[in-house]
Design a protein around this ligand. Structure first.
Ligand SMILES: Nc1ncnc2c1ncn2[C@@H]1O[C@H](COP(=O)(O)OP(=O)(O)OP(=O)(O)O)[C@@H](O)[C@H]1O
Length: 255
């Protein structure tokens, strides 16, 4: 049940084979094969230092792997930088949310892709169009914020996380990568963000989720990959596993 598949299926959106990463004397990843299916939530779990972030960073062009092949949407070794990954349709929602506090919700949703009208010296930012567009984006994902003109600084942690996810979807992401998206949130806010992650599936957006919360992983994920000491040690369907089994796989009590 926990056997690690060696080949990616035809419906994989992102996959790798034989991936390795060496940082000086530290072997962070060894011979990792992994895939995320289109339209699914794929979780990566493992103890601190297991290699989860390094794997994700290699997949999205932050780190250059020492060896191995990465494939995204049918293309081999597709990106040399995170920017190239973003252009191809992979958005990463970071633990330390990359929102600009002093800008409004709408301005954050349109950050680096502002709507500009006019020509030459008469170019201007079309704030009304961006406010309208922001409202549509938020409604599409049923995200509740007081107003699109509200400064992000005044939002709660859960609302900020929702805005980050909304921005990724608004930017046209085919795949959203989330590293501990609810680690800093309370119970209700966690539930709201989990609902939002489920909604991404309805929008046919694939998700890779790093989480230490095994209950959350079982609630949200379709497939769960378990890492230990830089290796993938198991890949299981979330519906066919239990919290205890995941703990045993992470700690090595179950091989
Ligand atoms: N830039 C780096 N330089 C040197 N070593 C690194 C670097 N990044 C990660 N490592 C090492 O690689 C190993 C895997 O780290 P990684 O951050 O990928 O683990 P993780 O599973 O994401 O852990 P956590 O859950 O604590 O975030 C660790 O031994 C870590 O110290």
């Amino acid at each position: 049940m926990s056997a690690v598949p060696n080949e990616a299926p035809a419906d994989a959106i992102l996959s790798c084979q034989g991936l390795g990463k060496q940082f000086g004397a530290v072997r962070a990843l060894s011979d990792v094969s992994f895939f995320a299916r289109k339209g699914e939530v794929t979780a990566v779990i493992g103890d601190n230092g297991a290699g989860k972030s390094t794997l994700i960073r290699c997949l999205v062009g932050v780190h250059r792997p020492s060896e191995g092949v990465i494939r995204f949407d049918g293309q081999d070794n597709p990106f040399a930088t995170p920017d190239e990954a973003r252009k191809a349709g992979i958005e990463t929602v970071h633990q330390n949310l990359a929102l600009v506090d002093e800008l409004t919700v709408a301005q954050n949703l349109y950050l680096n892709r502002e709507i500009v009208r006019g020509i030459g010296p008469f170019r201007f930012l079309d704030r009304r169009a961006m406010n309208r567009g922001a409202q549509v984006m938020l409604e599409r994902l049923s995200i509740n914020v007081p107003a699109v003109k509200q400064r992000v600084r005044r939002l709660s942690g859960g609302q900020r996380q929702a805005i980050s996810i909304c921005r990724a979807v608004g930017a046209g992401a085919k795949l959203v990568v989330m590293d501990e998206p609810t680690a800093a949130l309370g119970v209700q806010e966690t539930a709201n963000v989990e609902t939002l992650i489920r909604r991404l599936k309805d929008e046919h957006v694939s998700v890779i989720l790093i989480s230490h919360n095994f209950d959350q992983v079982r609630r949200l994920a379709d497939q769960v990959w378990v890492m230990r000491a830089g290796r993938v040690v198991a890949s299981v369907r979330a519906a066919e596993t239990s919290g205890n089994e995941l703990v045993a796989l992470v700690t090595g009590a179950k091989q």
